[in-house]
Design a protein around this ligand. Structure first.
Ligand code: DGL
Length: 268
C-alpha cells in the first residue's frame, strides 16, 4: 500500500517533496484538485464534498494513509471525515491533517502570542484556535484571513504581493506576535516576501512553515505505528494526479520538483 497526499493546488507538492526526503523509499501518491482550486473562498459544504471525493480517490489508489496537506480541507473536513465517514467506509485506513502537528511545533517555541495567516475558510472556521485551546489555553492566537494570496500565487502575481502582505501582516504586528504560522500550503512560496514585510513593519516574528514540519511528523507517526508502516510498499515510486492540467501548473510543479512531473489527469 502507499501514502497519499492531497492538496487543492500546488502547495501540497512542497509537502510531499519534504516527506520524500524523510521517507525516500515509501511509495507515494499525490493528488491536486486543480479543477476546483482555490478551496479557501468556497463554502464549507463544497470543501467537505470535494475533500471526501479526493480522499476516496487516494484510498482507491491503494493508500493506507492519506495526508490532507490543504489547511482549508483540514479545517473544514478532517474531523468529520475521521469521526464518521472513515469508520463507516474505510475503518482500516487513516487520514492525517496538518493543523495539530503545526501547532505542536509552534508550542515548542514557547511563544505566548502567535499569529496565523490562512485562507478565509480556515480563519473563519477557527479550527486553529480550537485546537490550540486544547493544547494550551493560555496562548493568544490572532488569525488573519489572507484571501488574495492564493489567487496571486496561482496566477503568477508575486511581484504585486508587497502591499497586500503589508495590510495582512499589520494586524498581527499590532498584536506583537512572536511567531507567524503559515496556515496554507501555498504560503511557503512567499516566505522571503513575508519575512521582508515583517522586518519592514518592525517585527522579528519567526515563521512557522509546514514544509519544515510535516516530513518529520510523518516520520515520527510511522515510527509510532509500525502496524501501518509495515503495510506500506518501499519501492520509492511516485505517482501524481491532477483534476485539470495547465501549462502554468506543469511549469510551477517543475520549478518545485526540479524535474518534469508526469501528471495524470483524472476525474474524482
Ligand atoms: N491549499 C489550501 C490551503 O492550504 C489553499 C489553496 C486554496 O484556497 O485552495 O489552505
Amino acid at each position: 500500500m502507499r501514502i497519499g497526499f492531497f492538496d487543492s493546488g500546488l502547495g501540497g507538492l512542497i509537502i510531499m517533496n519534504a516527506a520524500s526526503r524523510a521517507l525516500p523509499d515509501h511509495d507515494m501518491v499525490f493528488l491536486s484538485d486543480t479543477l476546483n482550486v482555490p478551496y479557501g473562498n468556497r463554502s464549507p459544504e463544497f470543501v467537505y464534498q470535494a475533500t471526501q471525493k479526493a480522499v476516496e480517490f487516494l484510498f482507491k489508489q491503494d493508500c493506507a494513509l492519506v495526508i490532507i496537506a490543504c489547511n482549508t480541507a483540514c479545517a473544514i473536513a478532517l474531523r468529520k471525515l475521521q469521526q464518521n465517514w472513515l469508520m463507516e467506509n474505510y475503518p482500516d485506513r487513516r487520514i492525517l491533517g496538518v493543523i495539530v502537528p503545526t501547532l505542536e511545533v509552534a508550542l515548542t517555541k514557547e511563544h505566548t502570542r502567535i499569529g496565523l495567516m490562512a485562507t478565509s475558510a480556515t480563519a473563519t472556521s477557527d479550527v486553529y484556535g480550537q485546537e490550540l485551546r486544547k493544547l494550551n489555553p493560555d496562548i493568544k492566537l490572532t488569525s488573519q484571513p489572507c484571501p488574495l494570496l492564493v489567487p496571486m500565487i496561482e496566477n503568477d502575481g508575486r511581484q504585486w504581493v508587497g502591499p497586500v502582505l503589508e495590510s495582512y501582516l499589520k494586524p498581527l504586528v499590532k498584536q506583537d506576535v512572536q511567531s507567524v504560522i503559515l496556515g496554507c500550503t501555498h504560503y511557503p512560496f512567499l516566505k522571503a516576501e513575508i519575512t521582508q514585510t515583517l522586518a519592514h513593519l518592525g517585527s522579528k516574528a519567526e515563521l512557522i512553515s509546514q514544509d519544515e514540519i510535516i516530513d518529520e511528523k510523518l516520520y515520527e507517526y510511522l515510527q509510532r505505528h509500525p502496524e501501518i508502516d509495515k503495510k506500506l510498499k518501499k519501492g520509492g515510486r511516485r505517482s501524481y494526479y491532477v483534476t485539470d492540467l495547465t501549462q502554468a501548473y506543469q511549469n510551477a510543479a517543475q520549478e518545485i520538483a526540479g524535474q518534469t512531473i508526469p501528471f495524470i489527469k483524472t476525474e474524482l
